[in-house]
Design a protein. Structure first.
Length: 132
């Protein structure tokens, strides 16, 4: 019996190529309903994001058109740390997600995300398949 669904994003600076302040990645489309177990977590920050004249790097985990609905922006810049993200508006334990919900990751910089010259991060959603 499947009782936990962990959806992860693993990206390095070379994956962030957009000449824009943000870059989104679609991670997974829920085939059925699911319930948030806990706010997402940055599991590894092997190398903090830096370089290219940037002064800020954040990661947010969201759903559908709301980029930080599950996990609010967490610093992954120099000085950032691993750990739980602050729950977004839909990120509290027990929040129900509908079938077809699209889970996304959004990277942001104060200049452009393509400017980073270093950085590697792994973050994960923790969901329980089904509904209450």
């Amino acid at each position: 019996r499947l009782d936990r669904l962990v959806i992860s994003v693993q990206k390095g600076h070379a994956d962030l190529s957009d000449a824009a302040a943000t870059m989104d990645f679609t991670l997974y489309t829920l085939p059925g309903p699911a319930v948030v177990i806990a706010p997402p977590m940055v599991r590894s920050l092997a190398t903090a994001f830096s370089g290219g004249g940037t002064g800020v790097a954040t990661l947010a985990l969201g759903v559908d058109s709301d980029p930080d609905a599950i996990g609010d922006e967490k610093s992954i810049f120099t000085g950032g740390s691993v750990g739980m993200m602050t729950a977004g508006v839909n990120g509290a334990a027990g929040y129900a997600l509908a079938a077809g919900s699209v889970l996304k990751a959004q990277f942001a910089a104060d200049t452009t995300v393509g400017a980073f010259t270093a950085g590697a991060v792994v973050a994960s959603y923790a969901l329980r398949p089904g509904s209450y």
